[in-house]
Design a protein around this ligand. Structure first.
Ligand SMILES: [Ca+2]
Ligand SMILES: [Ca+2]
Ligand SMILES: [Ca+2]
Length: 477
């Protein structure tokens, strides 16, 4: 097959350069390029020009492991270098580019490189998509979704715009039924993001990811899994909140991860009393860390058994104590907002937006230079190799009136995908969990805002993979 393709291209190139005297050398070079293009790529890396050079060693590393990789800059998308540029805004232009790359190059993985630019104004190194699904809580009217860039096609093979009514507001669900409906949501490619705010952060995650894939294989530290949990919903607040929900879900994940040594930091066991327990355990090294409890963009915590007291797990400010150099786990964090990667320390300066709004930035935890999950991932000489969490409010069976599960299903089934279904590529785990969640809880787009179906849609939309989607978990032999 390969040789036939090659022959066709030689003929194509020869005939297209046959206007005058054929220069054999040029023809050969062009042929090689055409062949590479025709055969396609596995991994598409999208980046602003500023981070391009830092990604070259990463591309070489990926290709050494047989992952065919292409780096494309945003300018090349907007200037139609490879495909005619279309789309109503930058995020849609990026999504159409991914669609073309999927059609023409048969890509499987997309790594979006770039987070928010530092500054008062919200500007991005790499476009983002906000989804406007109102859960009725008045907490947030929109949230970030990278699933948007992965759900290219709907069931009928049409482009999945997420804006069915064409008003430029995406994923709207605020009335008696979803305004933008139906949205397929099922990912067609596996998307992860390095939400880097600077070139330096890109260099850090490139180095950590390469080191992980080259060195994790067969290491003793990798065969450890840390679960950190407690009584997420104290029964003293609501009589239906029986048991220790976080620990029960951690146990489910543990049951799906045979062959691992399990380190349980649980409030009911007395093994989790504060951040030092978390820091000490991670510093010993582990392949996986699973936090299951309550989050904010800057912190994570849970409760002791049947108590409204808080046990703090880790804040972004304490991450400097993570010294697990060369032993980087994949971190799954259950809780609200840990992956809300639009926060900014500049929000502290926004007193001019009014006192109430300013206070809101502070009590919502939106005033750090980076969110919890990204901080964990970009931490130099420690932290994670990748982090999965939620960009908005996270829901559970308690929010769905015990008629089904939400984030606890997603988080525990991450471990089912790896431990039971033996999926070893990080982005594929992310995609399979979302696909299976949607099979388990099919969305009724005619249900009202705030319904269980709306919460199910939000749950998959807001689950963000901050890391390389082509990451080989446990490294290469
Ligand atoms: Ca719309
Ligand atoms: Ca789809
Ligand atoms: Ca409970």
């Amino acid at each position: 097959m390969k040789s036939i393709v090659y022959a066709v291209f030689v003929i194509f190139v020869l005939s297209s350069t046959m206007t005058g005297f054929v220069n054999n050398e040029v023809a050969t070079i062009e042929t090689k390029e055409s062949i590479t293009t025709y055969e396609g790529y596995d991994l598409l890396i999208l980046t602003p020009q500023q981070f391009y050079d830092a990604l070259i060693p990463f591309k070489e590393h990926k290709e050494n492991h047989g992952i065919r990789t292409i780096i494309v800059t945003l300018d090349e998308i907007y200037n139609s270098k490879y495909f005619p540029c279309q789309g109503r805004d930058d995020a849609e232009k990026v999504k159409y580019f991914i669609k073309n790359a999927y059609d023409e190059w048969h890509i499987k993985y997309v790594l979006l490189v770039g987070g928010r630019k530092p500054g008062l104004k919200e500007e991005w190194w790499m476009p983002v998509r906000y989804v406007y699904l109102d859960d009725g809580s008045n907490w947030e009217r929109r949230y970030l979704s990278d699933l948007y860039f992965a759900d290219i096609y709907d069931k009928n093979g049409n482009f999945s715009s997420w804006d069915n009514n064409g008003n430029g507001i995406y994923g709207e669900w605020k009335g008696n039924k979803a305004e933008d409906a139906p949205i397929d949501l099922v990912p067609d490619v596996y998307v992860g993001r390095w939400a880097a705010r600077s070139l330096h952060e890109v260099e850090i995650v490139v180095a950590k990811t390469i080191e992980y894939e080259n060195n994790a294989y067969g290491k003793e530290w990798f065969k450890k899994m840390i679960t950190i949990a407690g009584d997420t919903y104290p029964e003293c607040l609501n009589s239906s909140w029986k048991g220790y929900e976080g620990e029960e879900n951690a146990q489910r994940a543990i049951n799906w991860m045979p062959g691992f040594t399990h380190i349980k930091l649980w409030t009911s066991l007395g093994t989790f009393t504060g951040p030092e327990d978390v820091i000490n355990a991670i510093n010993e090294g582990a392949g996986f860390v699973f936090f299951d409890g309550h989050g904010s963009p800057m912190s994570w915590a849970t409760h002791p058994p049947n108590s409204t007291e808080w046990v703090d797990g880790l804040t972004v400010w304490q991450m400097r104590y993570l010294k697990n150099d060369g032993m980087y786990p994949v971190v799954v964090v259950g809780g609200c907002h840990n992956s809300q990667f639009n926060i900014s320390v500049f929000n502290l300066l926004k007193i001019y937006e009014g006192f109430n709004k300013w206070i809101e930035y502070i009590w919502k935890g939106e005033t750090a230079p980076a969110c919890w999950s990204w901080w964990m991932t970009k931490k130099m000489d420690g932290g994670s190799v990748a982090t999965l969490g939620y960009s908005g409010l996270g829901y559970t069976k308690e929010d769905k009136n015990f008629e089904g599960e939400a984030t606890e299903w997603v988080d525990s089934h991450f471990f089912w995908e790896y431990g039971m279904n033996h999926t070893e590529i990080l982005g594929e785990i992310w995609g399979n969990v979302i696909k299976n969640y949607l099979k388990t809880y099919p969305i009724d787009w005619n249900a009202p805002a705030g319904s269980n179906s709306a919460l199910d849609a939000k749950t998959v939309q807001e689950w963000i993979l901050l890391g390389d989607p082509s990451l080989k978990i446990g490294g290469y032999p």
